[in-house]
Design a protein around this ligand. Structure first.
Ligand code: NCD
Ligand code: ZN
Length: 345
């Protein structure tokens, strides 16, 4: 098979940023994706319905006229979030989900949640109205090894939360471990997971072997190879609970290439090519459609896109720019470290 046509994909976890960066990166996503769940970790974060409406307007204003794209907004959960505001944002169709960042877990997460008890009234309301909670699933305790933070989160935070509030629909974002895949796979209801492009392609050697490579650093950090293989099995399984969330997270190069570099990998440009490569390697091109185009809409109760995208395998490797220029500065593009022959037709 050297050509595959699938319904236009959606990206169920995306960072678009704001201002000049938004203008610089949005066209790449809007070319290949019909919709995306937009992460709210701006500075200051997108907390209220009014914040989300204003941010959505800025995204639509930055969208080139020839592209069709729908941003699906999320609200950043804080310990003072107003549950009536959340419910109204959901009822009006403005907000698709709420995002939970444990405070300090990742980029711009300091306004996140320290004490889950404080947000229980909001979560109870969300369970009642069927509004999904997207979770960055890592503990932040300094004593927990960074490679174990996802597994410990599942055991000590996620599982207790699901027992306490089984009706709450939860998307465990960017799973990176076999622990995450197995936990989601064993759940009876109300749990799904996104998987990024880069976690299907790299393991932690990419960051640490042969010199430190900041452009492969993201959170959750890539784990050892056994985990990458578990993610590949989940993504290619066709299981409706697993779907694409690229977590494309642009930072300008000076903020990546320094003594304390930011977490985030920019994959909006080459995600579809990389995914076709991965699914072909796994002899699973037939399930790419489920992962990239069907399972996400199924989970979020939205129609599958009518438009299609064709991926075509060509003799020579596809080339991307090493970096793109934005009004804020250069952003390095994810290098999958292997030739990729699939192009978007
Ligand atoms: C994201 C960012 O830069 O906003 N970074 C990342 O490494 N994925 C935040 C996040 O999703 O954790
Ligand atoms: Zn993210």
């Amino acid at each position: 098979m050297d050509e595959i046509t699938i319904p236009k994909p959606d990206d169920w976890h995306l960072h678009l940023r704001d201002g000049a960066m938004l203008e610089g990166v949005l066209p790449f996503t809007a070319r290949h994706f019909a919709r995306a769940i937009i992460m709210p970790n701006l500075v200051p974060p997108v907390v209220t319905a009014a914040d989300a409406r204003a941010y959505r307007d800025r995204i639509m204003a930055a969208l080139p006229a020839e592209l069709d794209f729908t941003p699906l907004m999320t609200l950043y959960l804080t310990e003072t979030t107003d549950r009536a505001d959340v419910a109204a944002a959901h009822a009006s169709g403005l907000a698709t989900a709420v995002k939970l960042y444990p405070a300090g877990a990742t980029t711009n997460s300091h306004s996140g949640v320290r004490d889950l008890g404080k947000v229980m009234p909001v979560l109870e309301k969300m369970a009642e109205i069927g509004m999904p909670l997207c979770i960055h699933g890592e503990v932040t305790d300094a004593e927990v090894d960074i490679f174990d933070r996802e597994a410990v989160f599942i055991e000590t935070v996620l599982d207790p939360l699901r027992r306490r509030l089984p009706e709450l629909r939860i998307t465990l974002e960017h799973v990176t471990t076999s622990d995450g895949v197995n936990y989601v796979g064993a759940a009876e209801a109300n749990l799904a997971a996104t998987i990024t492009t880069h976690h299907l392609m790299i393991n932690r050697n990419a960051i640490l072997a042969g010199g430190i490579k900041p452009h492969y650093y993201c959170l959750p950090v890539a784990k050892r190879e056994t985990h990458r293989l578990a993610l590949r099995r989940a993504a290619t399984s066709g299981d409706p609970r697993f779907f694409l969330g690229t977590d494309s997270a642009p930072h300008v190069d000076p903020l990546k290439e320094c003594a304390c570099g930011c977490a985030g990998i920019f994959t909006a440009i080459n995600t579809l090519s990389c995914l076709a490569h991965v699914f072909e390697e796994e002899a699973a091109l037939g399930t790419l459609e489920a992962f990239a185009s069907r399972n996400g809409p199924g989970w979020y109760g939205l129609p599958v896109n009518n438009e299609t995208v064709t991926l075509r395998k060509r003799p020579s490797a596809v080339e991307w720019p090493d970096r793109i220029e934005t009004g804020d500065g250069p952003v390095t593009v994810f290098d999958p470290m292997t030739p990729v022959h699939w192009e978007v037709a």
